[in-house]
Ligand binder design. Structure first.
Ligand code: CDP
Length: 225
């Protein structure tokens, strides 16, 4: 039986488990997975590499026309490769400098407008699981399923620290990571355009004491129901 096209929106603060959950959920649902944060990260990288001051609106408008972002799923859909203007930047966009800059440039309306257009386009012909900050509120307000993942700041800092260790990304201490996460969450939640916020009709899930498998199963169970 062919499943009807569905859209699943997963939002939440940094390191709340969105991407890992969204990825595994997409595999179970046999649909594509899009990490919208990777798109903002790619824009941040582009602006840095080309030394473009995003406050210069004329320059930014022109720059946005020259940015192509492709998200290519691996054959088993377990990973995405992020291609920025023909170059694989999947690893580069995870560097701490880009992490912080992505949240700065993500407050800019022109950038968000372009990203939202691209994100909506990706859902036109296929079922999709997308994670981010504004997916249930702005990008897909009519999504079939909306989840908002939260976890304590201590747990989230531990997760990001472990992830950095595993990927050989920087040598920041747990305390530094905790401060950076808190700062980025505050900036993401208080910006004027599309702030990080739970959609009224989203189901909130606290992942502090859940394993990845438990959180995936919980969400999958709710969708199947
Ligand atoms: O993986 P992590 O949770 O650290 O961040 P991310 O999801 O890769 O997003 C990086 C940054 O992009 C966030 O701090 C947000 O400022 C921005 N972002 C956004 O504004 N809207 C989205 N839909 C996704 C990310």
């Amino acid at each position: 039986m062919k499943m009807k096209k569905i859209i699943v929106a997963i939002d939440g603060p940094a390191s709340s488990g969105k991407s890992t959950t969204a990825k595994q959920l997409a595999k179970k649902l046999n649909c594509i997975y899009v990490d919208s944060g990777a798109m903002y990260r790619a824009v941040a990288l582009f602006l840095l590499q080309n030394e473009i001051d995003f406050d210069d609106k004329k320059l930014l408008r022109k720059a946005l026309l020259g940015i192509s972002i492709e998200i290519v799923p691996s054959r088993d859909r377990s990973e995405n490769t992020i291609i920025l203007n023909g170059v694989d930047v999947s690893k580069k966009i995870r560097e701490p400098e880009i992490t912080n800059y992505s949240s700065t440039i993500a407050a800019e309306g022109l950038i968000r407008k372009r990203m939202v257009e691209l994100q909506r386009k990706m859902s036109e012909k296929q079922s999709i699981v997308m994670d981010g900050r504004d997916i249930g509120t702005v990008v897909f307000p009519n999504a079939d399923f909306k989840f908002f993942l939260v976890a304590s700041i201590e747990e989230r800092a531990k997760r990001r620290w472990t992830e950095n260790q595993n990927k050989g990304l920087g040598k920041k201490t747990l305390i530094e990571i905790k401060e950076e996460l808190a700062f980025r969450d505050k900036r993401d939640s208080t910006r004027k355009i599309a702030p990080l916020k739970k959609a009224e009709d989203a189901i909130e899930i606290d992942t502090t004491n859940l394993s990845i498998q438990q959180q995936v199963n919980k969400i999958f169970g709710l969708i199947k129901k």
